[in-house]
Ligand binder design. Structure first.
Ligand code: ADP
Length: 186
């Protein structure tokens, strides 16, 4: 499914984010930026050591990456030229600012992509794996944040793709996209 918002195409697919050819892919990292499991492990595995080297330099310079923030590195051996690393919130039941931090993670990635004049970006489902965020609610926040960024901010981004690994997550994002764009004529 895809929609157009202010000249930017927003689409949702099921697949492996490491195979995407967008300018940047987003990594659901952890604050150490040293790699890990899930999508983080897959990106470092496919992208090679150049990504980890840049992550180490970033942490040496500015410390660990707090939830809701984002930084950019090379894409190493990936087809994507860049990886934008962000940290989503760990789900603790919803009363520890999880929704704001998740929205901020998406927003900061779009901001970093815009600052670097990128034209396309792919997102995974941040926080809904090891970090335990309920998928339906995370999908709503993800879509709402991206749609309002595209409506409100001037950006170089012409294409945003959500790349969901499994069918259940994919279905949740489809519903959330319908909900988020219900009032848009596309
Ligand atoms: P977090 O720690 O932020 O929860 P995870 O990597 O554990 O991050 O999970 C986030 C989502 O990424 C999950 O839906 C998981 O199934 C998905 N995922 C894992 N590998 C890939 C991949 N190669 N491409 C896209 N999504 C992936």
């Amino acid at each position: 499914m895809e929609v157009i918002i202010n000249n930017t195409r927003l689409s949702i697919i099921q697949g492996d984010i490491t195979k995407q050819t967008t300018d940047a892919i987003v990594n659901a990292a952890n604050p150490s930026l040293m790699g890990g499991g899930g999508v983080d492990g897959a990106i470092h595995q496919a992208g090679g050591l150049a990504i980890l080297e840049e992550c180490k330099q970033i942490v040496a310079k500015q410390g660990r990456l707090p939830p809701g923030k984002a930084v950019i590195t090379t894409g190493g051996n990936l087809k994507a030229k860049y990886v934008i690393h962000t940290v989503g919130p760990v789900w603790h039941g919803g009363s520890r600012n999880e929704a704001e931090l998740l929205a901020s993670a998406y927003y900061e990635c779009l901001k970093v992509a815009t600052e670097n004049k990128l034209t396309s970006i792919s997102f995974p489902s941040i926080s809904t794996g090891a970090y335990g965020y309920p998928v339906a609610e995370a999908a709503r926040i993800a879509l709402r944040t991206v749609v309002s960024f595209l409506k409100e901010q001037a950006t170089s981004i012409k294409e945003v793709v959500f790349v969901l690994f499994d069918s259940r997550t994919y279905e949740s994002y489809l519903s959330a996209l319908r909900e988020a764009t219900g009032s848009l004529k596309t």
